[in-house]
Design a protein. Structure first.
Ligand SMILES: [Zn+2]
Length: 207
C-alpha cells in the first residue's frame, strides 16, 4: 500500500480504539516499515515474493512484544510493535492475489460492493493458488518513478510486484477491495492483540 492508504486504513479501522496521539504512534511505526532499509531484503514486512509464512511469523513476533512492553510500562514500544504488524497485515491484500481470487468467484460485471469483501476466507488464505508479487530489481526500482513505469511495465513478468500490486487506486478497481479488506484485517489484529488484556493494560495501550 502507498503510505497515504496505510494511514487511512489504520485510522478507519482503529480510531474508535485509540486516543489520537496513541494512534499516531501506531501509524508512525506502520509507515516506518516502508523506509528504504525496510524495502530491500524484507519480503516478510510486506508479504512480497510469496513470503507468506515469514510474513505471518513477523506479525506474531510483533504481537508477542506488545503485552510484555505494556507490563513494564512502555506504551510506546507496545504501539511500535503493533504498528509494525498492522503494516504487514494490510500489505497482504495489496501484494497478494487474494483479492483477485476472491473476485474471480463473481462474474466480471457482477462484483459485489468493496465493503462486502471477506478478508478472512480460509480457503483462499491458506489455499494453493495464493501468490504475491516478486521484486525484480533493478528494473522493478524504476517502476516506482511514475514516468518510467510505462517503459518498464512491459519488460517485467506478470508475477512481478509492479503488475500485481494493489497499492493505490491507479492500479484499478480491485484496489477498493484491498483497502476494505485491510480495514477489516486491521481491526481483527487489534482484537487478537488485546484479547484478554486487563483494563489497565488496555488503557495504557490505547492512550
Ligand atoms: Zn509495505
Amino acid at each position: 500500500m502507498n503510505k497515504k492508504y496505510h494511514r487511512l486504513i489504520t485510522e478507519q479501522a482503529l480510531r474508535e480504539c485509540f486516543g489520537k496521539p496513541a494512534l499516531e504512534d501506531v501509524i508512525r511505526a506502520n509507515l516506518g516499515l516502508d523506509a528504504l532499509q525496510g524495502q530491500i531484503g524484507h519480503d516478510e514486512y510486506h508479504f512480497d515474493a510469496n513470503a507468506f509464512s515469514k510474513g505471518r511469523a513477523f506479525i506474531e513476533q510483533n504481537r508477542a512484544l506488545v503485552r510484555p512492553a505494556l507490563e513494564r510500562g512502555d506504551a510506546a514500544a507496545a504501539r511500535r510493535a503493533f504498528g509494525r504488524l498492522t503494516h504487514t497485515a494490510q500489505d497482504f491484500y495489496a501484494h497478494s492475489n487474494y483479492i483477485s481470487l476472491w473476485l474471480a468467484r463473481f462474474p466480471a460485471d457482477g462484483w459485489p460492493p468493496p465493503e462486502a469483501v471477506d478478508a478472512f476466507d480460509g480457503d483462499l488464505l491458506d489455499g494453493p493458488r495464493l501468490r504475491s508479487g516478486k521484486l525484480y530489481y533493478p528494473l522493478e526500482g524504476l517502476s516506482f518513478i511514475p514516468f518510467l513505469k510505462k517503459v518498464v511495465l512491459p519488460l517485467l513478468p506478470r508475477d512481478s510486484h509492479t503488475w500485481m500490486n494493489l497499492d493505490g487506486p491507479e492500479q484499478g478497481p480491485k484496489f477498493e477491495y484491498a483497502f476494505a479488506a485491510a480495514v477489516q484485517r486491521t481491526l481483527y489484529e487489534y482484537k487478537q492483540t488485546t484479547a484478554g488484556f486487563p483494563a489497565e493494560l488496555l488503557a495504557l495501550f490505547c492512550g
